[in-house]
Design a protein around this ligand. Sequence first.
Ligand SMILES: [Ca+2]
Length: 253
Amino acid sequence: MIRTTMKTWCSILLCCTLASGVSLPALFIQTAEAKAPSFYSGLESKDGTLPAWVNESEASENVNDVQSQITNEKRQSGAQSLLFSGISTSVNHAAVYNKVFDVNIDVNDDTTLSYWVYPQSEENSRSVAVDLAFEDGTYLHNYDALDQHGVQLQAKEQGEDGALTLDTWNFVTSKIGSAVSGKTIKRILVTYERVGRAGSYKAFFDELQIRNADFDPTLYADPLLGSQNNKLDIIGFGGNRGNTFPGQWCPSG
Ligand SMILES: [Ca+2]
C-alpha cells in the first residue's frame, strides 16, 4: 500500500517536472539573477539606497542654480524620483557633475548600467546622463561606453544625438563592462553638458541599477512585455510602462 502510494506520488512529481521542466529552470535562473543587482535605487525610502549627497556638484562650468534631490513631482515607479535641474549661462560650453550615490562596485566584462530619464520641456533637458566616478580618478564619460542605440553614454552626446524624447520616460542602458571592465565605481553622478545653447534644463531620473551578471536589461524594459515583467517580479524596470515609448510602441501591460 505504501509502495503504491509512493509510486503514485513519484509519477505525479515526474509528470509535473516533465510538463514544466522546459521553462521553469530558465525562468528561475533568470529571475534569481535579475533580483540581485549590484546596485539599485528607485529613489524610494523603502529601497534603503538613497542619495548620499543632495544638490552637491563636484565639478561645474557656467551652470547656476543646480539641484539634484529627491522629488515626488515625477516618478517612473513608486512615488519619487531624482530631480536634476539648473540654468546654463553660456552659449559656449556648460557642464555640471553632481554626485548622488556613494558606492563601491567592481566592474566586470558583463556589467550593465541602466536607468530611466524624463527630460522635461526644454531642449537643453535632453543633454543629461548618469555618470560614474571610478577609483582611479576617471569617469565613465571619458570612455566609449555606448547605450542601446549606439550613442555614447555621456550627457553632451546624448543631447546631440536626440535619442532622448522630451516629456516622457526614456529607458537607457549600456553594457559598460565593454569599456571599463576592471575599474571600481566609487560614486554615481548625474551630469549636464551642452555646447551652443544657454538656458534652463530639468530632468528626472528613476530606477537606477548596475548589474554584474550576463543579463539584457532591454528585455525587461520593453513595454511590449507589459505585465509579464511584473509577474517575474524583477525590480528596477519601472511601473509606468504605458508612457515609456509613445508613438512607435503599443503598450500591452
Ligand atoms: Ca521611484
